[in-house]
Design a protein around this ligand. Structure first.
Ligand code: DGY
Length: 332
């Protein structure tokens, strides 16, 4: 807080968040909140950060170098999400602004959702629901809506961080062989969970299910492109609960239409949101849900609380408990 200016530092909260976190912020700060259902336009963010000491934002807000630069009094950026690919971390670090995020508290919720998508795609659950709704269920059918088995199949996990690991643990309950590809090898997890480090090309070629859990970085942008999709089995199912741009959407559309792979389950898309008239939504072998990985009451309350803790720590000049750019402290 700037000395002599205010005992309740002004902070901008870019959308209503669960009360568990908001209450803490309100108790200590002068809260300016964008009340819209949709994210605030960039001009609004620019104007607000110019006047605020703290920013509590969401993954839908473009916190680029311009926004960071506009925050003349900004002392902390706190994002209510674990991924921070919408924030220019380098620009924040260069300005000495710590960026908070919410790792850990959404891991299990996101892993559950990943498995829900995997099972739904494998067993064609949305198609089954539609079949019943359309009145087409007239008898038990020996040949209708046949899906793929999950038990004992091979799962390829791309990105064995917290969420990828939680997915691997679930896969053990389905007696799956689990291959993984990650920036670094994880010998401890290999020993504990029996997961096998595999070069990406081999993982794609062998897996019955490929599940993406890597962060979005320049290296992972379009990691799953035409070449990658063509390496997969024609019976394989792709699950993306990471970030939309990890997959080349046009290539995926062709892969699903032309049968290079069997199906996809997407919690995230590129673009996001996916327009209602997008051709992916016409495909029966593509399940799309609206970025629900962490969407449980408990996970969102924990995320909001963590985001508040990060924000308040930054305003007090303390080290953020969950910091996405810890190098900011080395530079000090
Ligand atoms: C995250 O936190 O990054 C998820 O994508 C949304 O909860």
């Amino acid at each position: 807080m700037r000395k002599g200016v205010s005992t309740r530092p002004p902070v901008f909260v870019t959308r209503p968040i669960p009360e568990a976190g908001l209450r803490r912020v309100r108790d200590a700060c002068e809260v300016r909140m964008w009340e819209g259902e949709l994210p605030p336009p960039k001009e609004v963010i620019l104007k607000e950060v110019a006047e605020c000491e703290g920013l509590l934002c969401l993954l839908t807000d473009p916190i680029d170098a311009e926004v960071v630069g506009a925050g003349r009094h900004l002392r902390v950026i706190s994002q209510m999400a674990v991924g921070v690919d919408n924030i220019d971390l380098e620009a924040a670090t260069a300005r000495g602004i710590p960026v908070g995020h919410t790792p850990g508290v959404l891991t299990e919720a996101t892993a559950d959702l990943t498995f829900a998508l995997l099972l739904a795609a494998a067993r064609r659950i949305p198609e089954g629901i539609e079949y019943v709704r359309q009145g087409r269920w007239r008898t038990w059918e020996p040949m209708v809506l046949l899906g793929r088995e999950v038990w004992g199949k091979t799962l390829g996990i791309v990105g064995l961080g917290r969420i990828g690991t939680a997915v691997a643990r679930r896969a053990r309950g389905f007696a799956m062989r689990v291959l993984y590809h990650s920036r670094s090898r994880k010998p401890d997890l290999e020993a504990e969970l029996g997961v096998e480090y595999t070069p990406l090309d081999d993982l794609l070629a062998q897996a019955d299910f490929v599940s993406l859990h890597c962060p979005l970085t320049p290296e992972t942008h379009h990691l799953i492109d035409e070449e990658a999709l063509r390496r997969m089995k024609p019976t394989a199912i792709l699950i993306n609960a990471a970030r939309g741009p990890v997959v080349d959407t046009d290539a995926l559309l062709r892969a699903l239409r032309e049968g290079w792979i069997e199906a996809a389950g997407l919690d995230v898309t590129d673009p996001e949101p996916l327009p209602a008239d997008h051709p992916l939504l016409d495909l029966p072998n593509c399940i799309v849900i609206p970025h629900l990985g962490s969407a449980t009451v408990a996970a969102r309350e924990r995320m909001a609380t963590m985001a508040a803790e990060n924000l308040l720590a930054g305003l007090r000049g303390e080290r953020l408990p969950y910091c996405a750019n810890p190098e900011v402290y080395e530079a000090r």
